[in-house]
Design a protein around this ligand. Structure first.
Ligand SMILES: [Zn+2]
Length: 251
């Protein structure tokens, strides 16, 4: 006697792979014979296929053990993610879903894992972008003020823009400039870039003295610096990119 085939059940989940929070879909498949992990090349969705009678912990451990492979495949996904309803975007390193609330009052607000956007459909992308730039400006100004005080230096101005070539820069005049896309990265990355540019108020070159100053106000800066080197290009997948814009260099 044959039992009726059970249905495939899919549940969203998150894994932390090399310090990066990655959204995965757990697919409980009655027909699967073994645990498999795939990265769908079209949109970079990570799927963990779990056969019947398999402990979830075992499937997750398998996926985590394949973390470097998953991240490598994700890095090869060239797909752009527009700021559109239903899109998943990172804010401070955590994935949120854009939820269009056409009937609601207001502009843009957070509700847990949702980024809610009111108003007409045609305004969603610009509203999300404007909101992210506003968040970036506030976070960067806070971080710059903090590290400037730590170091006892002054800063002339803080500008946030869609920088073409740098995550941050510091002019001899004391004017600092940053990419708004830092708000997409884990908080330590934004903080590190702020500390880096503030440290240039004491030492303009990237000399050993400069890196000593960075380490003084941001111990452990190597990790966010490496994150930016490894994942920085990912931040450019989200929203529109200016025509001809180059990828920023690490600061
Ligand atoms: Zn620098």
């Amino acid at each position: 006697m044959q039992r009726a085939p059970r249905r495939v059940v899919e549940t969203p989940h998150h894994l932390t792979l090399s310090g990066r929070r990655v959204a995965v879909l757990l697919r409980h498949s009655p027909r699967a014979r073994r645990i498999t992990v795939k990265v769908e090349p079209a949109h970079g969705r990570v799927v963990v296929v779990i056969p019947p009678r398999t402990a979830l912990a075992r499937a997750l451990a398998f996926a985590e053990a394949n973390g470097p492979w998953i991240l490598n495949r994700l890095a090869q996904v060239p797909h752009r993610i527009a700021f559109a309803p239903g899109a998943q975007i990172p804010i401070k390193g955590l994935m949120v879903t854009i939820d269009h609330r056409a009937e609601s009052r207001g502009t843009v607000w957070r509700e847990g894992d949702l980024l809610c956007v009111a108003g007409g459909h045609g305004h969603v992308a610009r509203r999300v972008r404007d909101w992210l730039i506003g968040q970036a400006r506030a976070e960067i100004k806070r971080a710059v003020a903090f590290y400037a005080e730590q170091l006892g230096v002054s800063v002339k101005s803080v500008t946030v823009r869609d920088t073409a070539s740098r995550w941050g820069s510091c002019a001899a005049s004391g004017a600092l400039s940053f990419s708004w896309r830092l708000i997409l990265a884990p908080p330590d990355v934004l903080n590190y870039v702020a500390a880096h540019e503030v440290a240039h108020r004491k030492e303009l070159s990237h000399s050993p003295r400069f890196w000593r100053i960075v380490g003084q106000i941001f111990p452990g800066y190597e990790a966010p610096r490496a994150w930016l080197r490894d994942h920085g290009t990912d931040l450019h997948r989200f929203g529109a990119v200016r025509a001809g814009a180059a990828l920023p260099a690490e600061p």
